[in-house]
Design a binder for this molecule. Structure first.
Ligand code: ADP
Ligand code: MG
Length: 654
């Protein structure tokens, strides 16, 4: 049997089994071996019945007193009861539900290992539906991810059958010196240890080796890319114009803004492309930094592009740049809903170089968009874009030069992860808010407090301010999200906010519609904007001072922090009201964290701890390779080691 053969050639695998395995993405002996256990059960250490912990998985060795007896307790349902005795003479009640097959396996007078949780009633200790095996199976057993119709134990048996047949065919994937220097198991040995470990040390060593493998190959790719970029040419941008721009701003830039602008500007003076991530909390004023750099780029005779994750944000940036640049530079807007003729005109202008500056969404990443001399690409809210999409931007010039890239994000990302997601890059942080900002008051209230909360909103509307209301996201179905926005806006118009102008904004509106609503809200003719999380990133309407989030428990902390960041953008005091009826303590604690914390980094950290990395930055969206073993968040040391190993390997080849 070969590693790449169809799995149905393995003994014990028929058509039906092969279909089930396919659902687990197991199609060959190799993919079977790559189906790693998600945990292990310890059948090695057993306890006595009297000494067993209550309600915790444990393993007991005992002898069956009598063949299981069937009790019918509901139509068609039955349970089997028996009893076992351990070497101390203590008794354990055993109940098996609905499985005559399992019950038949328990033979009177035979000794078994029982694995499960023990409960205690007033008569004796009991185990419900234990797993059981003969005593010679006292070892660590893997627990595999399963699917309907196939158990972990069955996968274990298949692995045991396949392993000896194909192990010899597994070829080493790491250079020999790497295996030695980093004290790794060989790949063959690792496969044995991950599926059939003798002890915890085997498991640890196997995991390390397999995770190392994944990260090493990732790093190899990244470092190759990096060496490639170092060889790429970029247009050098002189930075005198930046000072011209900054002096004309309607406000004084903060020291942090000046510093990060300088950092980026000095990168851009070089003929190698900049790769810089600008991290700065919501409201820190990242847009102005981008504007200054784009301004200098265009004044130097090159083209600039400003990429935003949503149409709403792209329109806003377009408008901001128009205002900031006045008659000096005219930015164009290219988004999905741009009219076809207009799109054609812009694309042609970008290709010939007659259009110096464009703001847009993913529409800018289409294959038919090319630039004559793109020197700077700014990617706002970078975490919303995938790795591959970013790659697209770097290939757009008709001339043989790569643009400088400035990625911006309010979501703080640990260094090691940033490196993996963005490739190797430099980080600038905007760690100072513009002066005069008042801290945003945050309240967590129950639904019963709504009348009071909206009276508070109304009072501020009377004073000439504006408010956002973010609506319940009941599930991920965008239709129901839209429906709930409409319904909730109606409810506000009829009850809580009668007589005020209430508008709605959601993802399903046409581009024109969105534009109209945003313009009305920015102009103040709409007083309240009821919206989905489309407003989460970037929006900037300083006159809006209240943010109400309904069903706040549905959101991640970083997301709530971003939403809250829509207010507190002017000099007036702002308020964020989180409405939630959640009873669970963790939800309440989480929301309270937000109350006492204004630091995005601390909140992101808390999010990471409670919700895991997937939620945190939508790893799938990022086009990160799907790792079976490595964990980008926790394997920081391995990331360093593999980076070093990859660099050494590449150097040796050169
Ligand atoms: P973010 O970093 O969240 O993208 P923005 O760039 O949208 O923040 O800036 C938030 C608001 O702060 C905008 O209205 C902007 O005009 C204003 N702003 C930026 N820098 C300053 C500054 N130095 N002084 C006063 N206001 C500023
Ligand atoms: Mg922004």
């Amino acid at each position: 049997m070969n590693l790449g053969d169809n799995i149905c050639f393995l003994k014990g695998v028929g058509d039906k089994r092969a279909k089930q395995l396919q659902r687990l993405e197991i199609t060959t002996p190799l993919t079977l071996l790559q189906h790693y256990p998600r945990a292990y059960q310890d059948w090695q250490t057993h306890t006595t019945i009297a000494g067993a912990p209550i309600d915790t998985p444990c393993c007991v060795c005992a002898t069956i007193d009598y063949a299981p007896v069937e009790n019918c307790f509901r139509q068609g349902q039955s349970l089997f009861k028996t009893q076992a005795t351990d070497s101390n003479g203590d008794k354990l009640g055993i109940t098996i539900f609905n499985s005559a097959y399992a019950a038949k396996q328990l033979i009177e007078g035979q000794t078994y290992l029982f694995y499960g949780k023990i409960s205690e009633n007033f008569l004796m200790r009991e185990m419900n539906s234990p797993q059981f095996l003969p005593p010679n199976e006292a070892k660590l057993h893997p627990v595999y991810p399963c699917t309907a119709g196939i158990t972990s134990r069955q996968i274990e048996t298949l692995v045991a059958a396949a392993l000896p047949q194909v192990l010899g065919q597994i070829t080493e994937t790491l250079p020999e010196w790497v295996v030695k220097q980093y004290d790794l198991l060989t790949l063959q040995h690792a496969f044995v240890c991950i599926h059939q470990p003798k002890d915890q040390a085997d498991i640890n060593a196997a995991r390390r080796r397999l995770a190392f493998d994944e990260l090493f190959h990732l790093q190899l790719g990244l470092q190759k890319l990096r060496l490639g970029t170092q060889k790429q040419k970029a247009f050098a941008i002189q930075s005198e114009e930046i000072n011209v721009f900054l002096r004309r701003l309607p406000f004084t830039p903060t020291n942090a803004q000046l510093r990060v602008t300088r950092e980026a500007a000095s990168d851009m003076q070089k003929q190698t492309p900049m790769h810089r991530l600008l991290q700065g909390d919501v409201g820190a004023g990242k847009t102005v930094v981008a504007a200054a750099l784009l301004f200098a780029t265009v004044q130097n005779g090159y083209q600039g592009a400003f990429l935003a994750p949503t149409e709403i944000l792209a329109r806003q940036h377009h408008h901001t740049l128009e205002t900031l640049f006045g008659a000096r530079i005219k930015p164009e807007l290219l988004i999905g809903s741009t009219a076809a003729a207009e799109k054609k005109r812009i694309k042609s202008g970008l290709r010939t170089g007659s259009i110096p500056l464009v703001v847009g969404t993913h529409a800018l990443l289409q294959d038919d968009v090319a630039f004559a001399k793109l020197a700077l690409a700014v990617v706002d809210e970078q975490h919303r874009f995938g790795v591959r999409q970013r790659g697209n931007l770097e290939r757009v010039n008709t001339q043989a030069a790569s643009p400088h890239v400035l990625a911006m994000s309010a979501t703080p990302i640990p260094r090691s992860l940033a490196m993996v997601i963005f490739g190797d890059l430099d980080i600038s942080s905007l760690d100072e808010l513009p002066p005069g900002r008042q801290p945003i008051e945050t309240y967590v209230v129950q639904k019963s407090m709504r009348p009071r909360a909206y009276r508070y909103v109304a009072k501020h509307l009377d004073d000439g301010f504006q408010a956002y209301v973010v609506c319940p996201r009941v599930e991920d179905d965008t239709r129901s999200e839209t429906a709930s926005v409409k319904a909730f806006a109606d409810e506000l118009r009829e009850h809580f906010l009668q007589g005020y102008s209430v508008g709605i904004l959601h993802g399903k509106q046409s581009g024109k519609e969105k534009e109209r609503v945003m313009r009305d809200f920015a102009a103040g003719t709409l007083q309240v904007l009821v919206a989905t999380t489309v407003i989460e990133v970037g929006l900037d309407v300083p006159n809006a001072v209240i943010m109400v989030v309904e069903n706040a428990e549905f959101f991640g902390l970083s997301q709530l922090h971003q939403l809250r960041g829509r207010v507190g953008r002017g000099a007036a005091k702002s308020t964020c009201i989180l409405v939630s009826d959640s009873e669970t303590q963790t939800s309440v604690d989480r929301l309270n964290l937000l109350r006492h914390n204004t630091d995005g980094f601390a909140l992101a950290q808390a999010d990471l701890e409670t919700r895991g990395p997937g939620d945190f930055f939508g790893a799938r969206q990022h086009g990160l390779p799907p790792f079976k073993m490595a964990n980008l968040l926790t394997d920081t040391k391995l990331l360093e080691e593999t980076k070093q190993a990859a660099l050494l390997t590449l150097e040796a080849r050169h």
